[in-house]
Design a protein around this ligand. Sequence first.
Ligand SMILES: *[C@@H]1O[C@H](CO)[C@@H](O)[C@H](O)[C@H]1NC(C)=O
Ligand SMILES: *[C@@H]1O[C@H](CO)[C@@H](O)[C@H](O)[C@H]1NC(C)=O
Length: 340
Amino acid sequence: MAAGWRQKWPCGYRFVVLSVMLGCVGSLEPITTGIAIATASALTGYLSSPRFYCRFVECCEEEQPLNVSALEADLSQKLFGQHLVQKVILKALNGFMRNPNPKKPLTLSLHGWTGTGKNFVSKIIAENLYPTGTKSKFVHLFVSTLHFPHDSQIPLYKDQLQSWIRGNVSLCERSLFIFDEMDKLHAGLVDAIKPYLDYYDHIDGVSYRKAIFIFLSNAGGDLITRKVLDYWNEGKSREDLQLKDLEAVLSVGLFNNRNSGFWHSGLIEKNLIDFYVPFLPLEFRHVKMCVLAELKDRGFEPDEGIAGDVAKEMTYYPKEEKLFSDKGCKTVPYKLDLFL
Ligand SMILES: *[C@@H]1O[C@H](CO)[C@@H](O)[C@H](O)[C@H]1NC(C)=O
Ligand SMILES: *[C@@H]1O[C@H](CO)[C@@H](O)[C@H](O)[C@H]1NC(C)=O
């Protein structure tokens, strides 16, 4: 953390603070002055210490340990119907943050239909890594349709993306980059950052090994749904689904899908994605849980009746089984307004 705060810390500051303080006590008698000077120096030491400074200005905390029980509580209490996500995210972050010397940055690829909780989980991760969460200056969000909309500008975007990542990781090794709407990202753009995700000590003097990259995408949602539906048809519980049932399906599916953002991507080919995180489609009972959580958030008593009514407002697919909410929990807050 030293390098992070030192760079932004004006060198003359300690001196200025000390002079101002001495100026104020200069007119006192000698003994008092002596005590005042001692007090002033002690205070100045504290005032110019990172501990004081970092209370007001966000500092890059590279050695900040992860509070695993806090992360676990967030994942189990605020996220519904995602037993695989809970397990993988906890394992991935805990392992990575405990390792003082990771060999490469952590890369997570989150997959599933809208409303299943991908953005929500990246927010939880950000909040558990930085006190200010997604507002932290070390958290960077890239949205494909917003930041990289034009196919004709791909070479420019590649340069920009590389320089942003290099620039930000130079300022703080423990930086978090979130790529939303990966399925709308031009095929090939993601390979521009491949060198940063690879097993290098450093590139041009910058080490990327403590950074975290999260990719969010709807791609693979169909594959996941099919798997959950198969389970349901076989009379098995979705909670019995294992990560290995889905991991291989996802990586192959994404690589071969032109609209996944990972089409023929070197990231997959070179195994640079550490974890594929499958978000399962949400059922009626999960939507109800989302409503109850939203009620609690707004300070209302839990109300099963309202929760059921809101959940009934959602539309469910596939046509015959009508099992999964097609917007997950996404529109729950708006639908809830209709019932309050
Ligand atoms: C970790 O989080 C738990 C639950 O939020 C909290 O009770 C505990 O004090 C935290 N521990 C540390 C070391 O911050
Ligand atoms: C850090 O990333 C942001 C985009 O999130 C970019 O605008 C900024 O220029 C980058 N900073 C540096 C120093 O490269």
